[in-house]
Design a binder for this molecule. Structure first.
Ligand code: HEM
Length: 208
């Protein structure tokens, strides 16, 4: 096995790691948006922070491996510079949009206030920018996979990345609708449980 194929293997394993991190991020974002208590939000924000363990080495493997592989391909391709630009864009959007918002949410959650109500942080947990950032990054990732496998020319490279972004944004819109629906159902469910508990107390008082 040549060095090229060894690096290609590391590059593709890193890509698998990136998509695992993206899938987990989607599931965690969903739970943060539908959380019914501050404790639940705190738990999932903590899980979000741990995604770095997979995401950072994956990005390193993708970038370092990708640059080595690209050096063997030389100049004259469109898909390589577009893939590099899109990969850097994924990192930039992740850090500037999602990273900053999750850090602000973490700060709000570490407030000294003891019974912090979930409503006090709901603007941060339901921030649509988190979903837009997620959709764009997942879509760009998908577009890059097309670039890597089909190796298109200029219009094909632009089209693949644009189509990936479109698909990612559609996915984000679906996640927004689904999480709002699930959030409402969970809210009604927890109110019903509280109501049942109240009824039980009144029943017990009547028994005394
Ligand atoms: C999120 C970012 C990336 C993803 C998802 C990705 C995905 C992939 C995949 C799936 C392959 C295997 C393709 C095949 O063997 O047919 C591959 C190969 C390759 N990638 Fe990437 N890649 C990414 C970033 C990059 C970057 C930034 C560069 C260059 C700077 C790069 C350069 C290459 C090269 C040169 C190959 C070898 C193509 C071949 O030998 O057929 N990749 N990539």
């Amino acid at each position: 096995m040549t060095i090229y194929y060894t690096v290609l293997f590391i590059h593709v394993v890193s890509v698998i790691g990136l998509f695992i991190a993206l899938a987990a991020e989607g599931a965690i974002l969903f739970r943060i948006r539908t959380a019914q208590s501050v404790d639940e939000t705190r738990f999932f924000v903590g899980a979000f922070q741990r995604l770095r363990i997979v995401a950072i080495p994956s990005f390193l493997g993708i970038l370092v491996g990708g640059l080595y592989l690209a050096s063997k391909w030389g100049r004259g391709t469109f898909w390589i510079p577009f893939a590099l630009g899109a990969t850097l864009l994924i990192m930039l959007i992740g850090g500037l949009v999602t990273g900053k918002r999750i850090a602000r949410l973490r700060n709000a959650l570490s407030s000294d206030e003891i019974d912090l109500p979930i409503k006090a942080i709901s603007a941060k947990t339901k921030d649509n920018a988190l979903l837009i950032s997620y959709g764009l990054r997942a879509g760009l990732g998908l577009g890059i996979v097309f670039l890597m496998t089909a190796k298109p020319d200029l219009p094909g490279s632009l089209g693949a990345l644009a189509a990936g972004c479109g698909a990612g944004l559609l996915g984000a819109a679906w996640m927004r609708r689904a999480s709002n629906r699930i959030g409402t159902v969970r809210c009604l469910w927890s109110q019903t449980r509280r109501f049942d508990a109240g009824q039980k107390v009144r029943f017990e008082e009547a028994q005394l």
